[in-house]
Design a protein around this ligand. Structure first.
Ligand code: ATP
Length: 565
């Protein structure tokens, strides 16, 4: 920016000197018939033109470089922030919204930094220097000229006041449009299955139409400002030529002075127009900056407390003490007065009807959310007193939906431990009962998955996700319905590996399970109903519980159906 400003200042200096050269050339050279002065003047004018070219280039090059760097920094800042924003934030914001901020909004800011900052800066400096010079040259003529500034200021100010809302609306509409696009790309199968292509096209087209309408409004308001400013500048030129011409005729002003004055006029009107042009970009960029900084400044709910404790080693004891939890936008508690203890090395299972809070319980352990009241403790420490990193490094989680990243299968399994040797990766894959499948692929562990790679079934993805977690150094393993997408036989295989793992690693396992068959040998089964812990015990102990028996009976029926099919 310093380079750009220096170039700009030099450019302005040359621009300020040039009319004086004309004046000198005309009054001292042409009028007095002194050819030597005319030649010298011509030479200086050529040098001034070369300098102008050089410094114009420097100014725009450095400004553009600055703007690219600003965009680079903002993109990095916003991405870093997205990595640390809490789950609550993502429940409220669609990724389409975030994508628009990272792309289109940052681009608006880049344009502003690349062009408008210097335009305004140079405009102001040119205006002040030119105004001072013309005031010294002929104050009467200068006052007529300078009259244009408050009038133009009023026009630009009104433009800002009336239209900043409109520019914000355009960016919001663009974000909504991207939201629909994103939803449709993710849910393309649902759209096809329900034959909703036409109505989705209509929905997108309507939103796109609204965006077009708003964009046209901005085009109209932008285009309306400039003719008014041009008209103003023409009036001023007219006034200067009229009044100045009379002054020359009355011998109050030399012809050279009038020519020089007329040149300065351009340096007064041009900045006014320049600032007018910039005002559109500034209004758009300011709306975009507001949206970008909304993300960058968003409060991160889950963060380290002052003087947090680093959990160096973890035995794996998990306690819930009178835990109440309510999602921010919900009216009722998802969990109420939940208390239980899972001892180190125990295998605990959480069961219950759908929507009773099973996933919510496990989300509280690695602090994806914080409890509303009560406490979650690990080895006796309130999880909120531990550093988030050390807490999560001891908790391995396999989610319901297995998200893989684009890259090789090996990269995906080694996601949290990139330096893991291949034999460890294979061991993890064997644990998740996916090694046979991977080995059968032509490229084995180097097979590319994700956008440009092979497609995997839901169960295969889930097993790779299990292997990814198994490879980490956890003391508490959370499996959130992670075998729901695999068949009963594979689930049993994974279950056997799990038993083996618990024996070898002495880790605590907390499993949310739909299939009761996979948790028969759990040390402790927590039975949830409508956010409350209604019973706990072993499978045999819970058989007498009505709800447990009902869930079991419904599953046996389903199991029989699976066998038939
Ligand atoms: N982000 C959220 N905002 C508001 N309410 C939520 C949110 N997520 C879940 N809930 C509500 O909290 C309750 C518990 O949800 P949870 O996902 O823990 O149930 P679950 O027992 O794991 O269900 P399932 O077996 O269907 O996965 C549900 O009533 C659900 O509607």
């Amino acid at each position: 920016m310093l380079g750009a400003i220096t170039s700009l200042l030099l450019l302005i200096t040359i621009n300020a000197i040039t009319p004086q050269l004309f004046r000198w050339g005309i009054d001292q050279g042409i009028a007095k018939g002194n050819l030597d002065v005319v030649y010298k003047c011509a030479l200086f004018l050529v040098l001034a033109a070369v300098g102008r070219g050089l410094f114009s280039f420097g100014q725009s090059f450095f400004a553009e470089a600055t703007s690219q760097n600003v965009a680079y920094n903002l993109r990095n800042q916003i991405f870093t922030q997205t990595q640390y924003l809490s789950q609550n934030y993502y429940n409220r914001t669609t990724s389409g919204q975030l994508l628009t901020r990272v792309t289109s909004d940052i681009d608006q800011i880049r344009t502003f930094v690349g062009t408008s900052v210097l335009q305004v800066f140079s405009g102001l400096i040119t205006l002040v220097t030119s105004a001072t010079i013309v005031l010294v040259m002929n104050w009467k003529l200068a006052l007529i000229t300078l009259l244009s500034i408050p009038v133009a200021g009023f026009i630009v100010g009104r433009f800002f006041k009336n239209n900043s809302q409109l520019f914000r609306l355009v960016q919001t509409q663009l974000a909504n449009l991207n939201g629909v696009l994103e939803e449709n790309l993710l849910g393309v199968r649902v759209v096809k299955a329900f034959v909703r292509e036409k109505s989705e096209v209509l929905r997108y087209t309507n939103l796109n139409g609204e965006l077009l309408e708003s964009n046209m409004k901005t085009v109209r308001v932008l285009r309306n400002v400039f003719p008014v400013l041009f008209l103003l500048s023409n009036f001023i030129t007219l006034a200067v030529l009229g009044f100045g011409g009379a002054e020359v005729i009355n011998k109050q002003l030399s012809l050279g002075e009038l020519v020089a004055f007329n040149s300065y006029l351009a340096f007064i009107i041009q900045p006014v127009l320049q600032i007018g042009f910039a005002s559109g970009v500034i209004a758009q960029a300011s709306a975009s900056a507001g949206r970008v900084y909304e993300v960058i400044d968003a409060q991160i709910d889950i963060h380290n407390r002052a003087n947090p404790i680093t959990l160096e080693t973890c035995a794996g004891k998990v306690e819930f003490e009178d835990v109440d939890f309510r999602y921010p936008e919900a009216n009722t508690n998802a969990l109420s007065k939940v208390s239980f203890t899972v001892k180190p090395g125990e295998f605990a299972a959480i069961v219950g009807m759908t929507g009773t809070g099973k996933s919510t319980i496990v989300n509280l352990i690695p602090r994806f959310y914080d409890v509303t009241s009560g406490a979650v403790r690990i080895d006796g420490y309130d999880v909120r007193d531990l550093t988030v990193d050390s807490l999560r490094s001891h908790v391995g989680v396999v989610f319901q939906d297995a998200t893989l990243f684009s890259g090789t299968i090996r990269d995906n399994i080694a996601y949290a431990v990139p330096e893991a040797p291949l034999d460890k990766i294979i061991e993890a894959a064997k644990f998740a009962a996916i090694d046979d499948f991977i080995s059968s692929l032509p490229d084995g562990y180097d097979t590319i998955v994700g956008e440009r790679g092979i497609g995997l079934s839901g169960g295969q993805k889930q097993r790779i996700a299990i292997a990814r977690t198994v490879l980490t150094d956890f003391s508490i393993l959370i499996l959130d319905d992670s075998t729901s997408a695999v068949d009963a036989k594979t689930a049993t295989l994974i279950q056997e590996s799990l038993n083996d793992l618990m024996r070898r690693r002495r880790c605590t396992v907390i499993m949310v399970a739909q299939r009761l068959s996979s948790i028969r040998n759990a040390d402790r089964i927590l039975l949830l109903d409508k956010g409350k812990l209604v019973a706990q015990g072993t499978h045999e102990e819970l058989l007498s519980n009505k709800l447990y028996a009902a869930i079991l009976a419904s599953q046996q029926k389903q199991g029989a159906l699976e066998n038939v099919s």
